[in-house]
Write a protein that binds this ligand. Sequence first.
Ligand code: NAI
Length: 329
Amino acid sequence: MKITFFATKKYDIDSFNAIKNDYPELEIEYWETELSPKTASYIADDCEAVCAFVSADVGAKVLEILHARGVKLVLMRCAGFNNVDLEKASELGIKVMRVPGYSPEAVAELAMTLAMGVNRHLHKAYIRVRENNYSLQGLTGRNFYQKTAGIVGTGKIGAAMARICHGFGMRVIAYDMYQNPSLDFVEYVTFDELLAQSDLISLHCPLMDSTYHLINLETINKMKDGVILVNTSRGGLIKTDDLIAGIRERKFFGVGLDVYEEETGNVFENREDDIMMHSTTARLLSFPNVMITSHQGFLTEEALEAISRTTLDNAMAFLKGETAGTELN
Ligand code: NAI
């Protein structure tokens, strides 16, 4: 089966090529370009599957083009699938599969890295020392020990983050519709209680209609003053304009973001001055207590290896007509 991989970077190619020989039935074509209505129609006539990432447009229009080109399978090489029109895919008979839990610790460790980074002002300290400035002025942080961590969503990644916070000696509270039985040290509370009590809030729920702009002016106002907010889940969970208003009002000690609302493709790699001038991400970057990374939560050797293996296993399961348990429709 021929699979066209969209938006492939060198690290993707390296990790897929490392295991490719284990899957002689699969032929991979790596494309640098992103999957979009413009690019979908260029796939080869004999291509039966496409592989896409979080930044792809897998909406109705793209699915219709893929369907017309004979594609039967969309392999998402990521956990999130808010960018896929699953209803349309089902209607067209296109199977969509994903990689549900490749390495929750990879994302959770980045969440804690961002929390610690903004807490101890690492981004400022690093630049200062490089410029031979050893001043400590403005670099005072706070102990996490004995503070309260609020985890929103205690699935795989949220649970890993809860364990890390527990290891730091924090009191860990959480909000989720379902309690994770493995987290006996976590106290489940209402969302409002979590907002009111947490010194660190880390978002780990998926982006859905019900979680879109979960963090907005109203919920920000319910947070403790001096809270640290971290989002490694999806940009749409936070209403960026309201976040900026909250930062201006000095609500936050620090904000760490691996994801942001404008994330279609990679805003940093494809930056154009004009876009950057007007983007809310650029406005966020102008605040000294905000640290932004470029959606790199998944980017560890272990996670990349697991993503490659599961993605190709998914393709093989589809080919053999087996159920992999990673199907979305
Ligand atoms: P998961 O499906 O294991 O857990 C999600 C949890 O959120 C579930 O327990 C669910 O009940 C809960 N939830 C749903 N709606 C909620 C709400 N309104 N409030 C509170 N909790 C709610 O998902 P997993 O693997 O932990 O991933 C979480 C998210 O992390 C993904 O949806 C994805 O968007 C993001 N992610 C980010 C990556 C990165 O590189 N930054 C990489 C992988 C995933």
